[in-house]
Write a protein that binds this ligand. Structure first.
Ligand code: URP
Ligand code: ZN
Ligand code: ZN
Length: 463
């Protein structure tokens, strides 16, 4: 197949070119019109449109039950939204239950995703138990292509690690050649704030951000960066929500340059922390429920500061932390007080188009940096170099055709009962029109193609 007449958006800048696809991979990138189709070869006209590499969202929770009986929207629905929104690769988190081994959790996640996840997927593994037998599993997971692990400083009593447990985990991850992803909020501080709120009758979802104060993120970010430098462990600080967190990351990078260990210190930001703000907690019960995620949405200046950081490359990647629960599920849980509400919002279907509409089109982010942040860098950092995130010969033919001029009002992609869509009816410019996954058409003029065989598990290797 030849995709002809489009403007290729690459991390090196926009360039008019044609793409030749052979089977599942990109065979060549040629000057416009240079490639002659062989007899019977399909030629797809992308005139007037942009051609992007398939999006890579390295932070999703498609299959996460936050507590028994409360499951997120699930693999099929979330992966449909991903493809419709131009994301062809995700990395999800396998979360062991108490007493479960890391390998069992990974097997469970693979079983859930198999056949149900329509896009390609990799896995991170959460570690909330640092017993020696759990940490001893880390090298085997790295060997299975799962080289990234998540530790939580938040969620006291469930996932939270103490500082010494975090140190043990970092030591194990570093020794195995992996990378640690940290959810940086201080679980003790959040729990104390929550207790006071509940004891004084402030139980509705609008109090959620008060139980997740900025100081909690500031302290936890500083602590995990200090620990990473101390233990020499490659680190991604996920879902940065404060300008201050970015400043702390920059300071740690400076300490590294000043003679600290040579290790990746990566910063990730998620769509909702850029495009939505804490005003939603004051806009009624449903809005507050939709926006109930951790870290919470912050005052608008933080979003603006994080966008500047992303544009300058000080923040490396733009993900979603997609973890979407039906509104009815969130509402029912809220009857027991805001701490009972499962945390998370959507975004996997929105990430490419809304970041274009709000950031690229409005001049805050160059198209090259945009595509680097939503595809090329996340793939490279998370061990998918050579396969995902770029439009280059030999890479998987994960290709998105994007109309940068289409106008409309944003509508949720997928289910009609989506709590996490914070952007309903937002005026939007830009539309994903056609998508290929490993050379196979999966979205045709804005609609999912039928009979999809499902995505592949992607073993990863950090460079
Ligand atoms: O609110 C969130 N972020 N839910 C998903 C779990 C996590 O903390 O990443
Ligand atoms: Zn998190
Ligand atoms: Zn998450």
């Amino acid at each position: 197949m030849i995709i002809r007449g489009g403007l290729l958006i690459t991390a090196a800048g926009p360039v008019p070119a044609d793409l030749q696809v052979a089977g599942t991979v990109i065979a060549a990138v040629t000057p416009p019109g240079a490639a002659a189709p062989s007899p019977g070869e399909e030629v797809f006209s992308a005139a007037g449109r942009w051609i992007l590499p398939g999006g890579v969202d390295v932070h999703t929770h498609f299959g996460m039950p936050l507590r028994p009986g409360v499951a997120s929207l699930g693999w099929r629905e979330s992966s449909e939204a991903a493809l419709l929104g131009g994301t062809t690769t995700i990395i999800d988190f396998a979360n062991p239950e108490p007493g479960e081994s890391l390998a069992q959790a990974v097997d469970r996640w693979l079983a859930m995703a198999g056949g149900a996840c329509l896009c390609d997927f990799g896995l991170h593994c959460t570690v909330s138990d640092t017993a020696p037998e759990r940490l001893a599993e880390i090298p085997a997971l790295v060997a299975r292509g799962i080289p990234t692990f998540k530790g939580f400083l938040a969620y006291k009593g469930r996932l939270m690690l103490t500082e010494s447990q975090m140190g043990l985990l970092m030591t194990g991850v570093k020794a195995a050649g992996g990378m640690l992803l940290v959810h940086a909020e201080d679980g003790e501080m959040n729990a104390a704030a929550e207790q006071v709120l509940l004891a004084t009758g402030r139980t509705t979802p609008n109090w959620h951000p008060t139980a997740h104060p900025p100081e909690s993120e500031q302290q936890a970010v500083a602590r995990c960066l200090a620990l990473a430098l101390e233990h020499g462990c490659p680190l991604t600080v996920v879902h940065l929500s404060l300008e201050d967190s970015l400043a702390a990351l920059e300071a740690a990078r400076q300490r590294r340059r000043d003679g600290g260990p040579d290790l990746p210190l990566i910063g990730e930001v998620c769509l909702h922390h850029l495009l939505a703000d804490d005003g939603l907690y004051r806009s009624g019960h449903e809005s507050a429920l939709s926006a109930l995620c951790s870290p919470p949405l912050r005052p608008p200046r933080h979003g603006r500061g994080l966008v500047q950081g992303l544009a300058a490359g000080r923040i490396d990647t733009l993900s979603t932390d997609h973890c979407e629960f039906p509104l009815a599920v969130k509402a029912a849980a809220a009857a027991g007080g805001f701490p009972r509400v499962p945390n998370g919002c959507g975004g996997v279907g929105e990430r490419i188009t809304l970041s274009y509409s709000e950031l690229v089109r409005k001049g805050h982010l160059g198209p090259d940096r945009w595509i680097e942040a939503v595809a090329a860098k996340p793939a490279e950092i998370m061990g998918l170099s050579g396969r995902k995130g770029r439009l280059q010969p030999g890479y998987d033919a994960d290709i998105v055709c994007f109309d940068p001029r289409a106008e409309g009002l944003w509508q949720p992609l997928g289910s009609s009962d989506r709590a996490g869509n914070l952007y309903k009816d937002l005026p939007v410019t830009g539309q994903v029109t056609d998508v290929w996954l490993r050379g196979r058409r999966v979205v045709d003029r804005g609609r999912l193609c039928g009979d999809q065989p499902g995505g592949e598990f992607l073993p990863r290797l950090l460079s």
